[in-house]
Design a protein around this ligand. Structure first.
Ligand code: PGA
Length: 252
């Protein structure tokens, strides 16, 4: 199981951020949850260095960035490049999160450029995609997305020097609101895995789910063959984080 905790634009101070990391640090210092392969704390850019320092020596705990720009350096005011992130020691990044698409105006093309650069630089990439509304046809949305991005990344996936793609299904209508029903998620993930295998020659894709995952619903969700979760709001609540870990202790 792979767990990503997406802190989004939280918390407001570095001190509070360090308190959040301390929870994970404490967990990994005390126990080795064998059912969990990796935990990535996707942190605000400003706190990345502090996070990297605090997680040092804990092999299963990594610090990730929430986005990164595809150009390495140059006249791109306000951007932080993937290369800069890599150079300070960050190895995981989220690309295509629905909030980045919405607030940073990431369209298919920019998502594709970011994916390419991130993989070239060797990142583990949490590639997020999903339909806007419950009524949307997820199959059409996902097909259009993959056709635009993955078709042009074919050279990369056959090159093992490149980073690794984690496919994160995040239906926008379920982010920060309500959890999507497990059987629905199961249907979409089966569709995604089949598309990746048959159309893009990715037979062993790693597929995660994100959208209002918490300590209550993770129990049911963990039974539907997902490879992991991307957890947003619940990441900010210490007792939620501990309960989520505890769940995997019981089932390890
Ligand atoms: P949420 O966020 O758990 O608050 O729905 C998930 C995400 O945005 O990655």
């Amino acid at each position: 199981m792979i767990l990503g905790f997406n802190l989004k634009m939280n918390p407001a101070t570095e001190r509070s951020y360090k308190d959040l990391i301390a929870i994970h640090r404490q967990v990994w210092l005390q126990k080795n949850y064998r059912a969990i392969k990796k935990v990535i704390l996707f942190s605000p850019t400003l706190y990345l260095s502090a996070g990297l320092k605090q997680s040092r020596g804990l092999s299963k705990l990594s610090i990730g960035a929430q986005d990164g720009f595809y150009k390495d350096i140059g006249a791109f005011t306000g951007q932080v490049s993937l290369l800069m992130l890599k150079n300070i020691g960050v190895n995981f990044v989220i690309i295509g999160h629905s909030e980045s698409r919405r607030y940073n105006l990431d369209d298919f093309n920019r998502v594709k450029l970011k994916l390419r650069r991130a993989l070239e630089l060797g990142f583990g990439v949490f590639y997020c995609f999903g339909e806007q509304a419950f009524q949307d046809h997820y199959d059409k949305v996902i097909n259009a997305e993959f056709e635009y991005t993955l078709t042009q990344l074919k050279d990369i996936k056959n090159n093992d020097k490149m980073g690794r793609l984690y496919f994160v299904y995040e239906p926008c209508w379920a982010i920060g609101t309500q959890n999507a029903p497990p059987d629905y998620i199961n249907r979409v993930i089966t569709f995604v895995k089949t598309q990746l295998k048959t159309k893009y020659n990715i037979p062993n894709s790693i597929c995660l789910y994100g959208g209002s995952v918490n300590s209550n619903n993770i129990k049911d969700l963990a039974t539907i063959g997902l490879d992991g979760f991307l957890i947003g709001s619940a990441s900010l609540d210490k007792s939620e984080v501990l309960k989520i870990y505890k769940h995997f202790n019981v089932y390890s």
